[in-house]
Write a protein that binds this ligand. Structure first.
Ligand code: XIL
Length: 390
């Protein structure tokens, strides 16, 4: 927060009570382990400001009426610098997650220090606006710091991971709706037993999944602990095989008594005739539900890369995928949350993940580049409005 000017800060925080509560929050950035472990304590979800923007014609409001938390991934830098973006998020989202700010690399400039400014910006924005917050993530094979490979080995890795979760999880304990404890641990093509990804963590700490979940539970007993993964949504054979590997992982964790509450289905999906979402996913979700686990749709967007250039046709096709995918998935009452990965096409990671052949930007989110609602917004809203009440 210290990096924020007074103009943006005034617009950023809503409600004087919330602002007062936040002004007492210590702003640790690159201080010692000990300070970081205690910083932020005394800032609890119980003092959250009254919910705003919960009318039935918002995504957040429509979700709330069915018992579903609805929100999106945000970027701290945009919350600070772009008022119309912040206003859109404030109105539509009841649940936030950082697009990168809570990941290992961004939080860890060195093996012994932490950088919390950007993560705190998001946590404070959520708190000031009566929103819930998700942590994403403790363990992932991407966005690791430059020092990772040289520093991490079989002797150091467990201590680094446990301390990371203690400090980061401890800082936000009591304020997190849920944590993606482990992200994307399955990659069948890597050829390891059980479909495990041959990730940097796997190489130095083969038991990292159990260690991460057990530590997370100890540090933040209130947060839902989530295993999050992608490419498990489609009707194709590869997705079906990955679903089986994920289910086996979940069952194994439960058999070993590892604490686990929910599965995050990322939902980076695609429009176009080659992509269908249906019975395979429904069955997987029933299986997850039968294990006593909740589900979250954690990162939804609809890639339009394979569609012809006409914008109207693309928007209609993308909206149709939103409608049918959400009708399928929200029908399962164990789904407790839905987040899109961003909210406006102006800022979507997909534009940096291999462009469309015609180099047009993607139209994958509910709001367009001018922050106006698209057909995908209406589709998401209507799917929420008709979802069974939780
Ligand atoms: C992406 C961010 O959106 C990008 O800005 C970043 O460069 C890479 O990561 N699955 C995930 C997310 O779990 O963390 C990814 O986020 C998107 C895919």
């Amino acid at each position: 927060m210290q990096s924020m000017g007074s103009f943006t800060r005034r617009h950023f925080l809503q409600g004087t009570a919330a602002a007062a509560a936040l002004s007492s929050l210590p702003g640790a950035s690159l201080s010692s382990f000990a300070q970081q472990a205690t910083a932020g304590q005394g800032f609890h979800a119980a003092s959250v400001a009254p919910a705003a923007g919960s009318s039935a014609d918002t995504l957040r409001g429509a979700g709330a009426s069915r018992g579903i938390l609805v929100g999106c991934a945000v970027r701290a830098e945009l919350l600070r610098s772009n008022a119309p973006y912040a206003e859109l998020v404030r109105r539509q989202a009841g649940l936030l997650v950082g697009e990168s700010e809570f990941k290992f690399g961004p939080l860890r400039p060195t093996p012994t220090s932490f950088f919390f400014d950007d993560a705190d910006t998001i946590a404070e924005f959520a708190h000031a606006n009566g929103m819930q917050l998700r942590g994403h993530n403790f363990v992932w094979h991407r966005q690791l710091p430059v020092w990772f490979d040289a520093y991490m080995n079989r002797r150091t890795a467990e201590d680094v991971l446990v301390r990371h979760i203690e400090v980061v999880g401890g800082r936000y304990a009591g304020r997190m709706h849920s944590w993606d404890v482990v992200n994307e641990a399955i990659q069948i093509s890597d050829g390891l037993p059980d479909g495990m990804r041959n990730s940097p963590w796997q190489k130095v700490l083969p038991g990292y999944i159990d260690i991460a979940f057990r530590t997370a539970r100890r540090v933040d007993p209130k947060a839902l602990l989530v295993y999050n993964d992608y490419a498990i949504e489609g009707e194709d054979e590869k997705s079906a095989a990955k679903r089986e590997a994920v289910l086996a992982l979940l069952r194994g964790m439960q058999a070993r008594g590892v604490p686990l509450d929910a599965v995050g289905i990322q939902s980076h999906i695609s429009a176009g005739p080659a992509h269908t979402y249906g019975p395979g996913l429904t069955k997987f979700m029933q299986d997850v539900q039968a294990l006593g686990l909740k589900m979250l749709l954690t990162e939804m967007d609809v890639n339009d890369r394979e569609l012809p250039p006409d914008v109207g046709a693309r928007d209609a096709a993308v909206a149709e995928v939103y409608r049918s995918y959400l009708n399928t998935t929200l029908a399962n009452p164990a789904v407790v949350a839905l987040l899109t990965w961003g909210i406006t096409d102006r800022f979507t990671w997909l534009n940096h993940e291999g462009n469309r052949k015609d180099t047009q930007p993607e139209r994958c989110l509910p709001f367009d580049t001018d922050l106006q609602p698209k057909a995908a917004f209406t589709a998401e809203l209507e799917a929420l409005q008709k979802a069974p009440v939780r």
